[in-house]
Design a protein around this ligand. Structure first.
Ligand SMILES: Nc1ncnc2c1ncn2[C@@H]1O[C@H](COP(=O)(O)OP(=O)(O)OP(=O)(O)O)[C@@H](O)[C@H]1O
Length: 256
C-alpha cells in the first residue's frame, strides 16, 4: 500500500520581489516499508520535497497524501534526520534521546526504556551518560537516529544525514543506518548528493530534474543474488551500471 503519495504537486516560493518555482507536477508514490533515495541537481527542490511530506509546508497546487489521507498538518508518524545532529550539548546522551518524547508528551518511563534498549541494540549502551561532546561525529549521528526512533515514527525523512562526516565514517554509518532502518521496517525517504550512497542504501533511486523540478527517472534497484549489505552493494556487478546511468542523467544538467 502507498504510504506517501504526491499527486501533481507544485511548489512556488514567494518573497517580496521574487517568485521561485521549485517543484512542478511532482508525482511520487512510496509503499510501506520501502526505502527510496532522491538525487538531483543542487537547488532543484529535494529538501522542499521532504518539507512537503512532513507537512511543514503546503503545496501551492496538488496534493500530498500520507497513510491514505490528505496531509493537512505535521504528522506525529513522521521522523526527521538532518545533516546537523542538533544534539543539546548540556544534556547527556540519554536525555537527548528523550527530547522528542518530551515534546510529544510520550510517557517518560516508557520512552526511557525504549531509548536504553535502542542504545544497547545499536552498540551505544556504554554512552548513555556521556556528553555529546565526548562522541565522534558518526556516534552523534547514530544518537540522532536513535532519538528519532524513540518516538516510533513509521516514516523517516533523512536530509543529507551523512554529508558532514568524513568518507570512511560515512560509508560505515550509512551501512549501519540502512541495516537498522530495514530491521525496524521503516518507510524511508533519503535525500543525498551521493549517487553511490543512494544506490547502496535504497530500493529505488528517484532522479529529479533541474528546477522547476519533477521526477525525471525512477530506478528500481535490484540485485540478481538479492540485496547485499550496503557496503558490499558497491561491489555487486549491477552497481556500476546503475551508477553510470544515474550519473549520465545528472550530468545532462551540468552541461545543459
Ligand atoms: N523559504 C524559501 N524561500 C524562498 N525560496 C526558497 C526557500 N527555500 C528554498 N528556496 C528555493 O527553492 C529552491 C529549492 O530549494 P531546496 O533547498 O529545496 O533545494 P535542494 O535540492 O534541497 O538544494 P541542495 O541540493 O542545494 O541541498 C532553491 O532555488 C531555493 O533557493
Amino acid at each position: 500500500m502507498a504510504q506517501i503519495e504526491l499527486n501533481d504537486v507544485c511548489l512556488r516560493y514567494f518573497t517580496i520581489n521574487e517568485e521561485t518555482e521549485a517543484l512542478r507536477n511532482v508525482n511520487l508514490s512510496v509503499d510501506e516499508g520501502e526505502f527510496i533515495s532522491i538525487v538531483g541537481p543542487s537547488g532543484c527542490g529535494k529538501s522542499t520535497l521532504l518539507s512537503l511530506v512532513s507537512g511543514v509546508i503546503k503545496p501551492t497546487e496538488g496534493e500530498v497524501t500520507l497513510f491514505g489521507e490528505k496531509l493537512k498538518e505535521t504528522s506525529d508518524r513522521i521522523g526527521y534526520m538532518l545533516q546537523n545532529d542538533h544534539l543539546f550539548e548540556w544534556r547527556n546522551v540519554l536525555n537527548n534521546l528523550l527530547v522528542g518524547a518530551e515534546i510529544r508528551g510520550i510517557n517518560r518511563k516508557e520512552a526511557k526504556e525504549r531509548a536504553l534498549d535502542l542504545l544497547n541494540r545499536y552498540g551505544m549502551g556504554d554512552f548513555a551518560h556521556h556528553s555529546p561532546k565526548q562522541l565522534s561525529g558518526g556516534m552523534r549521528q547514530r544518537v540522532a537516529l536513535i532519538r528519532t526512533l524513540v518516538i516510533q515514527p513509521e516514516i523517516l525523512l533523512l536530509d543529507e544525514p551523512f554529508s558532514a562526516l568524513d568518507y570512511q565514517t560515512r560509508l560505515t554509518l550509512s551501512d549501519e543506518i540502512s541495516t537498522i532502518l530495514r530491521e525496524q521496517k521503516k518507510t524511508v525517504v533519503l535525500v543525498t548528493h551521493d549517487i553511490s550512497e543512494a544506490i547502496a542504501m535504497a530500493d529505488r533511486v528517484i532522479v529529479m530534474s533541474k528546477r522547476p523540478s519533477f521526477v525525471k527517472r525512477d530506478y528500481k534497484i535490484s540485485f540478481a543474488g538479492g540485496r547485499p549489505s550496503p557496503f558490499y552493494t558497491r561491489q555487486a556487478p549491477e552497481y556500476n551500471d546503475y551508477f553510470n546511468e544515474i550519473w549520465k542523467e545528472l550530468e545532462e544538467h551540468v552541461h545543459a
